[in-house]
Write a protein that binds this ligand. Structure first.
Ligand SMILES: Cc1ncc(COP(=O)(O)O)c(C=O)c1O
Length: 455
């Protein structure tokens, strides 16, 4: 007798023997055998060999329809032919020139027009993007503090690794959350400058700003938090933040690292709320490393050699610039987004029907090409309601889907699905068919209320 998760874990072990072998070798040289902690899954990570279109293959030859899409970075899908063609030509002409690449300004123009921003600076990763954005905000305002939201993730750097996934015990008062460091090794002096507030709660944020507003350089947020499942801002929330930032002369920073690739004009365009600075990355460069710090001219113009630092050897490297130009100029057009969004609606509604038919305690939260199944009865609106989800059930769901050839989302209950422009109706149907198979197992486990049960 064993529960669903244990049974599926055994099946996973059988199906992924080569991954296990690599893991045992890799972990001798690399902690947990992965180069980003988020890629680790129990009992061992999946090691992959190739990706094409909507699919990936692991080293054991198992095929998966991929709805993780590299944590949302591949809205273009895997190995898009238009991008390959452009990159091939670029490789032959050098991938790093040490001087500014001729097309970088053309990409800047494309981004400014599409995302309605005035100036940009290019870096390589999301982490670098948000680290620079808060530096720019501090330099512009002359203030130290940054206000972030509990459960939002802005990259693996000290200044914003605060209250990313705090436990209920450590998180404190839901209206006035503790500032919980998300890693060892972060000096307390840094954490103390990062204020924390609950998402979707303007009253609580107002109280924090009343006490700290005069010292607050910026309010930073994911306009749609996508590191606690999938949460949409409640009506008026983003507008309220805009007003609060204005009231205290703090800057409003949108971390659009995920959202910029989920809507044609990004979340700022979708919700029609203009931040002072935004950071974009992931999907805009079709699978190559690029991040963009974008913002109003007076803030951005302060960035100058010897005044406000911005640097990086691989910044605006020709490969990433070429990939981003083709991605934004030719692949992620409005038509592609509309088509992928329709598939997103089909997937979300299909999952809702299955949840209803089998009477599972779960809900689907989605908008456009991304969404998540959250094993919760109530709407998940912030970190505290996310903590109420049944993570045991999510783990069983995820591994059972994987064992049947569907990667339903990123590796964690805090992740979501991404539909790329290369996904088809068949892919969505395959996903739903597998979920129909997995749902009764989850229901039986739910009925057993955690009691060990054979299914
Ligand atoms: C919203 C958000 N911001 C920042 C980051 C960090 O980006 P990177 O992993 O490229 O450093 C991530 C990564 O998932 C993210 O989801």
């Amino acid at each position: 007798m064993t529960n669903v998760h244990e049974r599926e874990k055994n099946l996973y072990l059988e199906r992924t023997r080569r991954s296990a072998e690599i893991f045992h070798k890799a972990r001798q040289l690399t902690p947990y055998g992965v180069h980003s902690n988020y890629k680790y899954v129990e009992p061992h990570p999946l090691y992959c060999a190739k990706g094409k279109g909507s699919k990936i293959w692991d080293v054991d030859g198992n095929e998966y329809v991929d709805f993780n899409m590299a944590f949302g970075a591949l809205v273009v899908g895997h190995a898009h032919p238009t991008i390959i063609e452009a990159i091939r030509e670029r490789i032959e002409n050098g991938t790093l020139l040490g001087f500014e690449c001729e097309d970088a300004h053309k990409l800047a123009e494309l981004i400014c027009r599409r995302f309605n921003v005035e100036m940009v600076k290019f870096s390589s990763t999301g982490l670098e993007g948000t680290a620079h954005a808060i530096r720019f905000a501090r330099a512009y305002t002359g203030r130290k503090k940054i206000l972030k939201f509990e459960g939002c993730y802005h990259g693996s750097h000290d200044g914003l690794l605060v209250s990313v996934k705090p436990s209920k015990q450590k998180a404190g008062d839901p209206k006035l959350p503790n500032q919980v460091p998300a890693s060892q090794g972060i000096p307390e002096e840094i954490t103390s400058n990062t204020l924390v507030a609950p998402f979707n709660d303007l009253e609580a944020i107002e109280a924090v700003m009343k006490r700290n507003g005069e010292e607050t350089a910026a309010i930073i947020l994911e306009p749609i938090p996508m590191n606690m499942g999938f949460i949409t801002p409640s009506p008026g929330f983003l507008e309220g933040l805009r007003e609060l930032a204005n009231e205290y002369s703090s800057l409003l920073i949108f971390d659009e690292i995920k959202t910029c690739g989920k809507f044609y004009h990004g979340a700022a365009g979708y919700f029609r709320v203009q931040p002072d600075l935004s950071v974009m990355s992931k999907a805009i460069s079709g699978g190559y490393p690029l991040s963009v710090i974008a913002g109003r001219k007076p803030i951005m113009e302060k960035v100058a050699p010897g005044v406000v630092a911005h640097a990086g050897t691989f910044n605006a490297n020709p490969l990433s610039i070429t990939a981003a130009k083709v991605t934004l100029g030719k692949v992620l057009d409005e038509n592609g987004f509309n088509q992928a969004s329709r598939l997103g609606d089909d997937l979300a509604r299909g999952c809702q029907d299955i949840i209803k038919d089998f009477g599972i305690t779960a809900r689907v939260q989605w908008l456009g090409i991304s969404g998540a199944i959250l094993f919760s009865r109530e709407e998940v609106a912030n970190w505290r309601s996310f903590l109420e989800c049944d993570f045991g059930k999510w783990n069983a769901y995820y591994i059972a889907m994987l064992n049947r050839g569907i990667i339903p989302a990123g590796t964690g209950a805090d992740e979501q699905w991404t539909i790329s422009v290369q996904h088809s109706k068949d892919d969505v149907e395959a996903h739903l068919e597998v979920f129909k198979e997995v749902a009764p197992m989850l229901k039986r486990q739910e009925l057993s209320m955690g009691v060990v049960e054979a299914v």
